[in-house]
Design a protein around this ligand. Sequence first.
Ligand code: ADP
Ligand code: MG
Length: 253
Amino acid sequence: MPPLVEMRGITRTYVMGDNLVHALRGVDLTIEHGSSLAIMGTSGSGKSTLMNIMGCLDQPTKGNYLLNGRDVARLSRAQLAEVRGRMIGFVFQSFNLLSRTSALENVETPLLYQGIPAKDRHRRAMEALKKVGLEGREDHHPNQLSGGQQQRVAIARALVTDAPVIMADEPTGNLDTKTSYEVMTILQGLVKDGKTVILVTHETDIAAYAKRVITLRDGVIVSDKQQEPLDAAAAAALAKPPGAAETVQAGQP
Ligand code: ADP
Ligand code: MG
């Protein structure tokens, strides 16, 4: 099997009026199937740009990109959308859920685009919601769910197509510590199931749950390390729920 991702000399230059922004300046990166990778770096270092290219949401200005052995650097928009739909589930910092739509319908959406019949859509969306611990919440709308629950819906939506790769851009960026660990627990579970999880984060604390960490600076990779990932479930069990400290103090004489 070819590597999941094989990038050589990837650059991405944005044109802003008369200025050129060199967001990526030559990235070489190989990612194997079934791994977990955290992409770190300060704001503006090119993390989202790299993830967008990796996820076929955008294309490089220069360079070669093979996704699962297929050259995707110069596909048409329609071809890119097809590859994306088959290969990748996305999770974003801001959840990106449809607000007037139930959790179940949100999760069903990608299957709707794939033309899956209603009955199968319903069954698969229910399974995905169960997998992220949201059984019984399928009729709730996003505004009736906590941030952590909304992110779980987003993860269920990324899972429902059974894509082999989950890409998450700052998935814990809007969540408290305990909820962040709970989200990381779900992502680590997916890696155990054989999926590849690629996440962008600027928090060292979150990157500790991935098997490999690369760091970007000014559009190039400046470090690439393998590590023994920490156990997110253990961290979630130990972390205090938000507001716990105040509750304890209020109860003291
Ligand atoms: P990060 O996710 O690490 O914060 P980005 O990949 O979003 O970084 O951005 C890298 C650089 O590219 C930054 O200088 C940013 O301002 C610029 N950039 C990102 N997206 C665009 C865009 N659509 N148009 C112009 N410049 C952009
Ligand atoms: Mg970003």
